[in-house]
Design a protein around this ligand. Structure first.
Ligand code: HEM
Length: 197
C-alpha cells in the first residue's frame, strides 16, 4: 500500500484504477470545517481528514470514519465531452487550492434500474451536468470515486479542490446541480468542507 503524504504527489492517476480512502479522525492533512447533511443520514463530525491513495483496496485503516472509493472509466461522457474536459481540467494538489469538498452521494434504486441510455439522458440532456459544470474548470479540480461496487454506504465519493477566491463559484455550481432532475435520484448526500494552510 502506498500512502500519499504531500500534495505534490497527488498527480493525475494515469495507470489502472486508483483506490482512495478518506480517513476522518484526529489527524490528517485537511482540517474539516463542516459536515452537513443535504439529504438522508449524515456522518459524524471529525477534526481532520486524510486522503490515502493506493493501487490496491485498502484495509486496516482506522479513523472516526473511513470511506472508500475507486477511480474508474467514464460511464456517460461522450468523446467530445471527454476532449473538452481534458482541455480545461486541472490536477489535484495545486498549492493555491487550499479549500476542498468531499461530497459522498448515494442514488436511489429507481436510478439503478434504469438503462444506460436513460441514465445518460437524465444526467446530461436533461440535467446538463457536464455542459454546466465544465464552465467551472479549471477553477475547480475534481476526482470522481465509485463506491457502489465496493459495498460502501455511498455510491460515489466526489472530491473537489479550489482556491478560496473560487469558493462562491463552487457554491453556485453545487446549488445548480442540486436543482437538477438528476438530483431527484439522490437519497443520501453529505457535504463536507475542508481547508489546509
Ligand atoms: C467541478 C465541475 C464538475 C465537472 C466538470 C463534472 C463532470 C462530471 C462528469 C463528466 C461526470 C461523468 C463521468 C462519467 O462519464 O462517468 C460526472 C459524474 C458525477 N458528478 Fe460531476 N462534475 C462536476 C461537479 C460535480 C459536483 C459539484 C458534484 C456534487 C455536488 C458532482 C457529482 C457527480 C456525481 C455523483 C457523478 C456520478 C454520477 C453517476 O455516475 O451517476 N459533480 N461529473
Amino acid at each position: 500500500m502506498t500512502s500519499v503524504s504531500g500534495p505534490e504527489k497527488m498527480h493525475e492517476h494515469i495507470g489502472g484504477p486508483l483506490f482512495v480512502a478518506f480517513v476522518a479522525g484526529p489527524t490528517g492533512r485537511w482540517k474539516i470545517d463542516s459536515v452537513k447533511p443535504v439529504i438522508g443520514e449524515t456522518l459524524p463530525q471529525a477534526d481532520r481528514l486524510d486522503m490515502v491513495e493506493s493501487s490496491e483496496l485498502q484495509s486496516g485503516l482506522f479513523g472516526g470514519w473511513v470511506l472508500r472509493g475507486v477511480t474508474s472509466n467514464t460511464r456517460y461522457s461522450n468523446n467530445s465531452e471527454v476532449q473538452a474536459m481534458k482541455a480545461r481540467q486541472e490536477v489535484l494538489g495545486r498549492p493555491q487550492a487550499t479549500r476542498a469538498a468531499l461530497i459522498p452521494i448515494r442514488k436511489t434504486p429507481a436510478w439503478w434500474v434504469l438503462a444506460q441510455d436513460e441514465r445518460r439522458a437524465i444526467f446530461e440532456e436533461q440535467s446538463h451536468h457536464i455542459s454546466m459544470s465544465i464552465e467551472y474548470l479549471p477553477r475547480i479540480s475534481r476526482r470522481l470515486h465509485h463506491s457502489r461496487e465496493l459495498a460502501e454506504p455511498f455510491d460515489f465519493l466526489t472530491w473537489f479542490e479550489y482556491a478560496p477566491e473560487h469558493a462562491a463559484a463552487f457554491e453556485d455550481l453545487v446549488n445548480k446541480l442540486r436543482a437538477t432532475r438528476e438530483w431527484t435520484y439522490v437519497d443520501r448526500e453529505v457535504d463536507i468542507r475542508l481547508s489546509r494552510v
